[in-house]
Design a protein around this ligand. Structure first.
Ligand code: HEC
Length: 243
């Protein structure tokens, strides 16, 4: 094999795992409606996160008072997120359940979710939280098409309702589909929007300074453009007598 072919093979081999991860190993992922500038959405996501996820998962890199960045006052944070009395506004978000008890109860310790939007993609998270279905063969009674045999029980079932995984014949192929069997308190579109807010919040948590960083980027670019014009004017001034 010549060197170029070898290099080609190497690039291909390196790309294979990346492709497998990107495609979620064959599972179709829906596009998450992420918009870090939508503060109302981020606030709704924060409420859903603290009321529904913090029971088991921590967000150890996230301090409550950091939520002032998404337009909440300290009063609002305390009240609307129902912060426990003994937790300080500058504290990080800790799970109510300690990880050993959680491990005993669910077989796996619930991972910290601070940077989950970076280890899993936003689209993965958005699809995952909409892909739980009833499976009586599992201890929790739940399974998930995006994360098969997941140890997490479906904690948003009262909102989405109960889905079942059913097979459908389509042009000779067996296609599996999630069907809503028992409705929850939210309409399907309403539930998708709520999970969209939650995903948006998880993305914010994984990089809370992203917005600030982008703003600084624009300021630096504007500064460099002004500098370029000044330097160009200066160059013209210096060289004008020589030509
Ligand atoms: C009753 C406890 C419990 C609650 C409440 C809970 N989870 Fe989980 N979660 C778990 C456990 C246990 C796992 C580990 C599952 C496994 O690895 O099989 C998990 C796993 C996950 C994962 C996959 C992590 C990974 O990449 O391996 C995500 C994402 C997640 N949870 C998000 C959430 C969100 C968002 C909420 C709130 C809506 C939530 N969880 C509420 C127990 C819980």
């Amino acid at each position: 094999m010549n060197a170029i072919k070898k290099l080609g093979m190497l690039v291909l081999l390196m790309a294979v795992p990346a492709m497998a991860i990107a495609s979620g190993a064959g599972v179709h992922l829906d596009t998450a409606p992420v918009n870090l500038k939508d503060q109302a959405s981020l606030q709704r996501g924060a409420k859903l996160f603290t009321s529904r996820c913090l029971a088991c998962h921590s967000a150890s890199y996230m301090r409550y008072n950091r939520l002032t960045d998404i337009g909440m006052s300290e009063e609002q944070i305390k009240k609307e997120l129902e912060m426990p009395e003994d937790v300080k506004i500058g504290s990080t978000m800790q799970a109510a359940m300690d990880s050993n008890s959680a491990k005993l109860a669910y077989g796996v310790a619930p991972p910290d979710l601070s940077v989950i939007a970076r280890s899993r993609s936003p689209d993965w998270l958005y699809t995952y939280m909409r892909s739980f279905y009833v499976d009586i063969s599992k201890t929790s009674g739940w399974n998930n098409t995006v994360f098969p045999s997941v140890g997490m029980p479906f904690v948003l079932a009262d909102l989405q309702g109960e889905q079942a995984l059913e097979s459908e014949q389509h042009e000779g192929h067996d296609i599996k589909k999630l069907i809503l069997k028992t409705p929850g308190s939210m309409q399907p579109a309403e539930y998708d929007a709520a999970v969209g807010d939650l995903t948006n919040y998880l993305v914010f948590m994984s990089e809370p300074s992203k917005l600030v960083r982008q703003q600084i980027g624009w300021i630096v670019l504007a500064f460099l453009s002004v500098l370029l014009m000044l330097v160009y004017a200066l160059k013209k001034e210096i060289w004008k007598d020589i030509h």
